[in-house]
Each structure stands twice: as C-alpha cells, then as structure tokens.
Design a protein around this ligand. Structure first.
Ligand code: GDP
Ligand code: IMO
Ligand code: MG
Length: 422
C-alpha cells in the first residue's frame, strides 16, 4: 500500500485539518510528518470546534491509528495541554496515538531562543509563532537535539546539558532564562508523554504498509513556507513539501501515492515576508472579515489577497500534486468580480516562474472573472453550483492542468463537496 500525502500549497492555514478529518474514514492511519505546535488545524463538526496543533487530525473519526512522525518537533507541555483538552471533551487518545521516539523535543529554552532571535532580527523578524520551532530544528541539524526516546533513560542529565548550552546563547542575546514554573510544567509534560506508545515509527509505519493499511500523511504549514523552496528567510524550519513526508516518516519515495494539494480560493499569509497579491485595502479587509482570517494559534490577523497562480503552479510542481482541493470558496460569495494572478511582471518582463527573490519589483498581472453572488454555504451538491463558480473552477483547472476534486463551502465537516464531473 501507499501513503497519500495531503499538504498546503500556499502559506499555511489552507484548511488542511478539515479535509484530513473528512478523508480519514477512507484511511486506516493518519500521521503528521513535520512541523510542530506552530500548526493550528481547525475541525468543525456537530456544532463543536477543535484546534489541533501536534496531534493528527484523524483522531475524531473512529479508532484510526494516529502517529506523530519522526519529522515533527514536539513540545511536551503543549502536547499535554492539547491531549488533556481532548480528554476533557471525551476523546481519549492513549489507545490510538503513537509517537515516534525519533521526534525531536522542543525545550522551554527553545521557545525563549525563538523570542530572543526574533528580537535580535528587529525589522527583519520572521514573525514566527514563538513556539521554539526554529531553535528546535536548529539543534536537530546541529546534532544537539533531544528526542522523545531520550526521555526513557538518564533524561535529567541530557536535559541539563542542553539547557546549559541554551543558557549561554540566551545570555549572549541578553535574554532571561526559563522561569521555574514554566520548566516544571514542561517536566510534567515529559512524564505525561510516557503514557503514550513511543515507537520506532519508521518500522511501525512500514509494517503497517506491508500489512496493507492505507495511510494519510497530514502536512503542516504550506509549500511557500518550506525551508528550501518558500520565501526564504520568511519560512518555517522544516520541509513542508511532499518530500518531507519521506524523511519525516521514514518511507521510500516510491511509497508515495496520491498527493492532495489544498489551496484557498484566495490567498492569506500570517507573519512577515513577501506576498505579491496582498491587498492592503478595503478588499483585503473584506476577505479578512468574511474569511475570519485570524490565526488559530496566535490570533494574529492574516494578511489577505487574491489567488496567485504563479505560486500555485510552483507548489504543484514541487509536490507532484495529483488532485486539488479548493477551500473557503464561500468567502468569495459576495464579490462582483474576482481577480486571479496569472503571471508576474518583473522589471517590465512578464514571467510565470516563481522567482528567486520576491520583492517590490514583482508586480502581479491579473485576470478578472465574474463573481457568483450566491450563498454557497447551503449547497450540498455540485449540481447546484452557480455557473460563475463552474467558470472559476474551469479557469483554474485549465491554468493548473489538474482537476479540483473537492470544493469546500464552509468550515463544517458537512460543507464539503466532492465533484464527480472531473
Ligand atoms: P489549517 O492550518 O490548514 O488546518 O487551517 P486553519 O484551521 O488554520 O484555518 C482554516 C480556517 O478556515 C479554520 O478556521 C476553518 O474552520 C476554516 N475553514 C475551513 N474550510 C472552510 C471553508 O470552506 N469555508 C470557510 N468559511 N471556512 C473554512
Ligand atoms: P498551519 O499548519 C500559517 C508561519 C509563521 C511565520 C513562519 C515561521 O496551521 O498551516 P515558525 O513558528 O514556524 O518558525 O514561523 O511560518 N507559520 C504558519 N503560518 N500556518 C501555519 O501552520 C504556520 N506555521 C508557521 O507565521 O511567518
Ligand atoms: Mg492553521
């Protein structure tokens, strides 16, 4: 069997959590492969809303196996808070959640280093989520990291060693060290982790594949935040592209099946960094307001703009996307016309390639399409799509060379329309 990968094609928050939850019944296993609690994946069903950060979005559908893969960075304190909130809502995870022993730990001092690094960058700050993601991955690559499996033996010594190194760095940045209550909470998280099945996930996952199990890998962040291919340095510290699923789970490239790419019918970005189609006007405010574009983790206002096909084609290519899912279509319900960026003009020359540098010289070239002026949130079948929505989809499919298989028309699980036509 193969691993299907579902990932974001923009700057994150495309609606990955919702679609993973919708697709989970077709899979035996759901697994995260990169990122950490910088993610905020929202699911809505039965009038309830849940936001998941480190736990895969497959945990609400029956007793499917959920795995936190080796490519993830895990903060035990935040994990405990997340798992306990779910337990309080009647969702016990112990029997269905597995955690890779090779996943790296986010220490309290990583969070502080994240903050200190941002302060040191001044105006050039990335606008991180402040969850210690960059410093934790830095330690992983620099071979200083601590892994989940480390908590099982002699951990206090390993922790104190790592903390001492971080304190030198913090002192150099004139940043205070970790308060005792925060550290204590983190240690409670470490103890809490021990009640879960800590596994050699690369063996576990490959054995599941050998047994014929279907696996869905859930991406976090989005392709334009990828550390290699995103708008560097305004990116996250992991490979968010499909290849990240191979290293983040321990599966061979040939084991990848479908690659499901998710995009919003428009575009958003949270934090700093270039965003060619950003609208800093009333239209941008309207998208933000109707789309409720505020970060699920940080509450920060997301920057909004029109759909960018240059960036989307780039993302499709990097990931080998085989099918597309269009999210938040209903947010465009009330627009007379909708713009779509089809190319960039850079120093007078038009290009459809995503450039090395995205700066103020990159000017989006738009085509304008008619809006559908219809309330999509109540539509449950493709048959009822207004002609202008079909036209929008046809236009995108033609420009992207791929079918849009699913159209999302609201935040609820039920507001998801699978298209048979394509
Ligand atoms: P993720 O990080 O990719 O899982 O996405 P987020 O959960 O951070 O952000 C997506 C937001 O849009 C959440 O608040 C969802 O509840 C909401 N959402 C998802 N799909 C739709 C949709 O089709 N329409 C509307 N209006 N909201 C949606
Ligand atoms: P989900 O999975 C949107 C952004 C941050 C910042 C940059 C680096 O919910 O789509 P980091 O804390 O990772 O070092 O921040 O990446 N960012 C996200 N933006 N959605 C996310 O996750 C994000 N995770 C990180 O805003 O610009
Ligand atoms: Mg999110």
């Amino acid at each position: 069997m193969k691993v299907d990968v579902l990932l974001g094609l923009q700057w994150g928050d495309e609606g990955k959590g919702k679609i993973v939850d919708v697709l989970t019944p077709a899979y035996d296993v759901v697994t995260r492969f990169q990122g950490g609690p910088n993610a905020g994946h929202t699911l809505e069903f039965d009038g309830q809303k849940y936001i998941l950060r480190s736990i895969p979005s497959g945990i609400f559908q029956g007793n499917k196996i959920n795995i936190i893969g080796n490519g993830v960075v895990l903060d035990p304190a935040l994990f405990k808070a997340e798992a306990e909130a779910l337990a309080a809502a009647g969702r016990r995870l112990e029997d269905k959640l597995y955690i890779s022993k090779k996943a790296h730990l986010i220490l309290p001092t990583h969070r502080l280093l994240d903050a200190a690094n941002e302060i040191a960058k001044g105006d050039a700050r990335v606008g991180t989520t402040g969850k210690g993601i960059g410093p934790a991955y830095t330690d992983k690559i620099a071979r200083n990291g601590l892994r989940v499996g480390d908590i099982l033996s002699d951990f206090e010594r390993k922790y104190n060693n790592a903390k001492a190194k971080h304190e030198i760095q913090l002192a150099a940045l004139a940043h205070p060290t970790v308060p005792p209550d925060v550290e204590q909470e983190w240690w409670q998280g470490v103890e809490y982790l021990k009640r879960f099945r800590l596994v050699d996930s690369e063996h576990f996952i490959n054995n599941l594949l050998d047994e014929g199990k279907n696996i869905l890998a859930e991406g976090a962040q989005g392709t334009l935040l990828d550390v290699d291919f995103g708008s560097y340095p305004f990116v996250t510290s992991s490979n968010t592209v499909c290849a990240g699923a191979c290293t983040g789970l321990g599966i061979a490239p040939g084991k990848i099946g479908e690659v499901i790419g998710i995009f919003k019918a428009y575009c958003t970005r949270v934090g700093s960094g270039p965003f060619p189609t950003e609208l800093k006007d009333a239209t941008g405010d309207k998208l933000c307001e109707i789309g409720r574009e505020f970060g699920s983790v940080t509450g920060r206002r997301r920057r909004c703009g029109w759909l960018d096909l240059v960036a989307l084609r780039y993302a499709i290519r990097l990931n080998g996307v085989t099918r597309l899912v269009m999210m938040k279509s209903d947010v465009l319900d009330d627009f007379d016309t909708i713009k779509v960026c089809t190319s960039y003009r850079i120093n007078g020359e038009e290009t459809s390639d995503f450039p090395f540098e995205i700066d103020e010289n990159v000017e989006p070239v738009y085509e304008e399409l008619p809006g559908w002026k219809t309330d999509l949130t109540r539509i449950s079948s493709e048959r009822d799509f207004p002609p202008a929505l079909n036209h929008y989809l046809d236009f995108l499919e033609e420009r992207l060379g791929l079918p849009v298989r699913v159209v999302s028309v609201g935040a609820d699980r039920e507001q998801t329309i699978t298209r048979r036509r394509v």
